[in-house]
Design a protein around this ligand. Structure first.
Ligand SMILES: [Zn+2]
Length: 427
């Protein structure tokens, strides 16, 4: 199947060069894009081929999210917890660990579908997710994968295993991860964070990652409590612990947050091939601090930490917070926004080829070109400009509507599951 984008203004996401003309977009993991001088006449097109009029539209590569939590999707607007949290540990205990323990398989499916819907409409076609549902572990990753596939979002999934809920959920998490990765799905071995992971689990997780040729995806020093616990129980700091266990030797590993690190830990990360995810809005929301990510090297990508599914919004937040922490410039934040594509390509994952595109209806008040694109990226272009989205060569959003699954069906289901979850949490 080929999609023809007629009269588009294509922006190369690497060079920011603008090129006007027609594009042919072929589907599948091996598909790509070609520039055409003239569109093929109708009788030479395939039966499934389509022509989209892209006059006055900007077309560029779609976006990727480096750290998401679909499991938090049904939290929006839920009743306040019975005890009000006053710090990060209490936020986890009173809110997120209460919520994740209440999830069942159909709530997980609704959470994944509605997250995928939002991602699609925001132009995000690749999601790296970190999932927790300690009392519904079995088949949770395949449930999420199938929901993402239905909507048309490529993914790298993992289950965040920990010791916080005892032996049963821990063993189930290891088993679920092994089964999911063994089925041919791409993903990570997920761990929650150092302070909820004992040495037996850490060693087995690294072993499992080696077995499947992948890396770990783990929260690192999101709050100072992670470091305090590590020093108390292991007599070393968090990144040292991961380095000694082999996590940093796995190039596919993703360390999320990395806020409270000392100089030695920063050096260990800089000297490794792993990637770090910056989740500014979540860090501000949880009041856990901010950091200068430039000190961690070049492998920095952006995530939402489950707060929302809009990477343009995350980039703007990281840019604004980065003024105080590292004086980041527009080119710096754009590079960080796009770094996720390098991570995916360098590690041989599929689903993020050149045939992943957003079509933007950008009502700019001023001229836009390669020379001032970054100013438009930081201060102008946002999710409301995303008109249509192509994922692996397939049109998934057309004129701001999801076309792969009925939006009403997803929202009706997620609201029903939201009520069910909140009722369960009140008991
Ligand atoms: Zn997270």
């Amino acid at each position: 199947m080929t999609l023809y984008l007629k009269d588009a203004i294509y922006i190369d996401w690497n060079t920011l060069a603008f090129q006007s003309g027609h594009l042919a977009v072929s589907s599948g993991d091996g598909g790509g894009i070609r520039f055409l001088d003239v569109l093929p006449p109708e009788d030479e097109r395939g039966v499934d081929d389509r022509v989209l009029d892209c006059s006055r539209r900007l077309v560029t590569k779609s976006f990727g999210c480096g750290h998401h939590h679909i499991y938090s999707a049904l939290a929006r607007g839920m009743p306040a917890p019975s005890k009000i949290p006053h710090n990060f540990s209490e936020i986890l205990e009173y809110i997120w660990w209460h919520l994740d323990k209440s999830l069942d398989t159909e709530m997980i499916e609704a959470s994944a579908l509605v997250s995928a819907l939002y991602c699609a409409k925001n132009g995000v076609t690749f999601v790296i997710d970190h999932h927790a549902s300690p009392f519904a572990v079995e088949n949770s990753l395949e449930t999420i994968a199938q929901a993402f596939d239905r909507v048309g979002i490529s993914h790298l999934l993992c289950y965040e295993i920990s010791d916080r809920d005892g032996e049963g959920p821990k063993e189930k998490g290891l088993y679920e991860t092994d089964a999911f990765l063994g089925s041919g799905r791409q993903g990570h071995v997920g761990l929650h964070a150092s302070f909820t992971v004992g040495d037996d689990l850490l060693n087995r997780a690294v072993e499992l990652a080696r077995k499947h040729g992948t890396g770990l995806h783990v929260h690192v020093a999101e709050d100072a409590v992670d470091q305090e616990s590590c020093l108390k129980h292991h007599n070393k700091r968090v990144v040292e612990r991961y380095a000694e266990s082999g996590v940093l030797d796995l190039s596919r590993s993703i360390l999320s947050h990395c806020i409270h690190l000392d100089e030695k830990e920063k050096r260990l990360i800089r000297q490794s091939d792993v990637y770090v995810v910056q989740n500014t809005e979540s860090n501000l929301n949880n009041n856990v601090g901010v950091t200068n990510y430039r000190e961690l090297g070049e492998n920095i990508i952006l995530g939402t930490d489950g707060m929302h599914s809009d990477m343009l919004r995350s980039a703007k937040a990281a840019f604004l917070a980065g003024q105080a922490t590292e004086g980041i410039d527009m080119a710096g934040i754009y590079s960080r926004f796009r770094k996720v594509h390098e991570y995916i390509r360098a590690n041989g994952f599929v689903g993020d080829g050149d045939n992943n595109l957003v079509i933007l209806d950008y009502d700019s008040p001023t001229d836009i070109s390669a020379s001032n694109f970054l100013g438009h990226f930081v201060y102008g272009i946002d999710a409301r400009h995303v008109e249509s989205v192509i994922s692996s060569g397939k049109l998934i959003v057309e004129n701001k509507k999801l076309v792969t699954v009925a939006e009403d069906e997803i929202l009706t289901f997620s609201r029903e599951m939201g009520r069910k979850l909140w009722n369960k949490m009140q008991k």
